[in-house]
Every structure is written in structure tokens, then in C-alpha cells.
Design a protein around this ligand. Sequence first.
Ligand code: 2P0
Length: 354
Amino acid sequence: DESQKWVLMVTAQTPTNIAVIKYWGKRDETLILPVNDSISVTLDPEHLCTTTTVAVSPSFDKDRMWLNGKEISLSGGRFQSCLREIRCRAGDVEDEKKGIKIAKKDWEKLHVHIASYNNFPTAAGLASSAAGLACLVFSLAKLMNVKEDHGKLSAIARQGSGSACRSLYGGFVKWIMGKDEKGSDSIAVQLADEKHWDDLVIVIAVVSSRQKETSSTTGMRETVETSMLLQHRAKEVVPKRILQMEEAIRNRDFASFAHLTCADSNQFHAVCLDTCPPIFYMNDTSHRIISIVEKWNRSEGTPQVAYTFDAGPNAVMIARNRKVAGVLLQKLLFYFPPQPDTDLNSYVIGDKSI
Ligand code: 2P0
């Protein structure tokens, strides 16, 4: 049947983001509404990003998805929420060259195939859901000619994974927690674009290639249920830090930026420790990195490097400029010397087996 032969495709690429004021804890688990605002920096797409191709064809008999070449289930509630939210906003699509015409109402009957690749090892514990879900939502929105702005799309990506809403913009991004119980105002906004503060250099030290033991979703739930410190953090600490961080970013004030970033990472891990049973995401190597950076910053009289750790032991370090980043790499190689035959492109500093 000739009418079944066409395939329409869209490809998009989305970088991951690193929070400098952390999201940890939900007030609504299904809609993914957080207990506080968060701020992140989106990485350069060359390094840690997801590339997703979405395709539609009348010959597809169900929605299917492949991650790094392996088919995965789309049955989870979060994928289904994203697909549903995008589908119900689909518009008319026309490709004259291919002779394809899809009317708004046709999308209910059509199925999509999604192929997604990460250009970094998913198992290394580096945020992959943020880039993945943001890219999925963005590419589907393009394919289906959804005419919503980035804010609206961020609210859809949020329902796939909280941190994903921040990956729809480059530069510095704030996820506003919002007040609405349906989540319509829990969206991401760009604070400054990628050119605003381009002296900064981000260095990621892979401390362990093992996958984390407690998923973010489970960890957050347990923290919300058991930690008293989280209440204090969400209500008293973060609202002030958000304002200070916005000002530091606006003024490119590295000293304030570094103090806030390090303090917020440490408080996030303190909240994890305050959870019952306690959650340990950092290990001895992570702690050593903190000590090295703290000592260096103090000896210089003003911060040179900020560190931040997510739900795993890997260190994300932000150097004030390229020169400092060079010195940072030298220091890391001095404190964590590789064996002579080590491939530095995949060197895991705390994991002797690699
Ligand atoms: C963040 N993290 O702000 C924080 C800091 C990890 C530590 O967002 O349950 O994968 O999908 O909303 O977004 C990781 O949590 O969790 C995270 P869900 P997500 O980047």
C-alpha cells in the first residue's frame, strides 16, 4: 500500500545541565513539583548530550523507543505523560516534497518511534535523564508541530524528569517551583544565555563508573518523608540563596558564585545524610576533592574553583577561567596519578580497576 510508505523524521540534540542550587524533594510525585526553586548551568552540547530522532509513519503499529540502540519500555507513567501532553497539542503538518499531509486529528491514530543516544556512558552516573527527557519532548514537539513556547515545553519535560525542564535552555537556567497545584507555573526560565559568562570552564572528574545505589526519585521521596533539615533548607535557605545566586550570575561575581555553589552542594548531601536510612552519594575520593579545592581556594585568598556533586560521587568543578582550569587538571593528575598506560580520555580517578 503506497499510502503506508512514508516516514517523517526529526532529530534534536540536548545537553545535560548541572545544578548549582539543587533540586531535592517533591511536593507532588506524579506531576513532579519540587519543594524549592533550583538554578543550573547547561553544558556545552559537544560533551554531555543526548541526540534523539523521532519518526512517525502510518506503518508503525505502536509507540517504541530505543536507548543507545537497545529497545526500552515506554510503559512508564512519565514517558506516557510526556507523550500524551505533546500529542494533545499536535498541529497540522505538511511536507510538500514528500507529499505528506497530517491533520491535527490524525495524530491520535499515528505511532512514533524514538531513537536516543547519549554521547557519554549512561552507567557513569552522569545526569542522563535531564538531557534525555528534554530532548524527547523537544523533538516530539518539533515533529508534531506543537506551537508552545519553551516555558510550556519545560513544564512537559518536567513531568518526564524534574531536572529535564532546565535542559531546554542554554546558559544559566532557573526552575521556578510555582504555586499552582496542577503545575502550570512550575516552569524553567533562562537567567542568562551561554555567552553571558563564557570564561567559566567545567571539569568533570569521573570518580566511579559504578551506577548509584539509590535513585534520585527514591532518595528524594525518603528525604521528604524523614528529614527535618529538608524543611529548613527548602523554606529558609534556598529562597535566599536563589536571589544571591541570581545576583552573582548577573554580576559575574565568581567569589559569590563559588561560595553559594559549594555550600548548596554540601547542604544537599547533608540533607541526604539526614534522611532515614541515610543516603551516601559521595565517597572518600569525593571528599578528598572537596578538601583539595577548599585548601586551594583558601590559599589563593579568593575562590578559583567551585565544586558540586549530584546523586553520585562524581565531581563537577567550575573553574573561573581557562588558566585556572589548566592548573586544576594538573592538580588532579598530581593527587590522583594515573598509571603510565592509562587512557586519559576515560580515566576514572577513584576506581583502580579501570
Ligand atoms: C538537580 N538532582 O537539581 C538535583 C541535584 C540530583 C541532585 O535533579 O525524580 O533525575 O526524575 O525528578 O531530576 C536528579 O533528579 O529526578 C536531580 P526526578 P531527577 O539536578
